[in-house]
Design a binder for this molecule. Structure first.
Ligand code: 8DG
Ligand code: MG
Ligand code: MG
Length: 143
């Protein structure tokens, strides 16, 4: 097999907030299959975190976002994969540009669909990097 050096990657994911709700989708990808996760993906060369957040949310849900802000960063190792993965995950917060827009499942091969979930009543199981944050008491809402 072709040998490639293992390197950390950077992902940008978005807490898209609507009142006390967040947008989550159940993953179909091998990493975190069947768990509920935020929209987001790999940072591309030259992108700002805000640009990446807007692009990934648009690609995955069709929604436009605004007021995008940096919240926090976590370091995540996925050692159970056939090829181990290491993601530095940048967590952003945003709101919809237009409250009347409805999320679309733009990448049905990667996601079962998007829906809004009350922060106090999140679905299970959560994608573990998100689960870890929730369990640590992290809250994405502005104070
Ligand atoms: P791309 O080709 O669109 O760039 O990538 P993607 O297919 O959208 O990537 P992804 O798996 O959705 O996101 C990249 C990585 O980000 C993922 O494999 C692990 C990390 N990640 C977390 N937490 C979360 C999360 O809540 N949602 C998403 N989508 N990714 C997350 O650590
Ligand atoms: Mg993506
Ligand atoms: Mg994604």
């Amino acid at each position: 097999p072709k040998m490639t050096k293992l390197e950390p990657k950077v992902a940008v994911v978005v807490f898209l907030l609507k009142g006390r709700k967040v947008l989550l989708g159940r993953r179909r990808s091998a990493v975190g299959r069947s768990t509920f996760a935020l929209p987001g993906g790999n940072l591309e060369f030259g992108e700002s975190f805000e640009e990446c957040a807007a692009r990934e949310v648009k690609e995955e849900t069709g929604l436009e976002i605004q007021k995008t802000e940096l919240l926090t960063v976590t370091n995540n190792l996925f050692l159970e994969q056939p090829k181990p993965l290491h993601y530095v995950t940048i967590f952003m917060r945003s709101v919809q540009a237009d409250d009347d827009e409805v999320p679309q499942n733009m990448e049905p091969e990667k996601c079962d669909g998007w829906d809004w979930y009350e922060w106090e009543d999140l679905p299970q199981p959560l994608f573990w990097p998100l689960e870890k944050m929730v369990n640590s008491g992290f809250n994405p809402f502005p104070t």
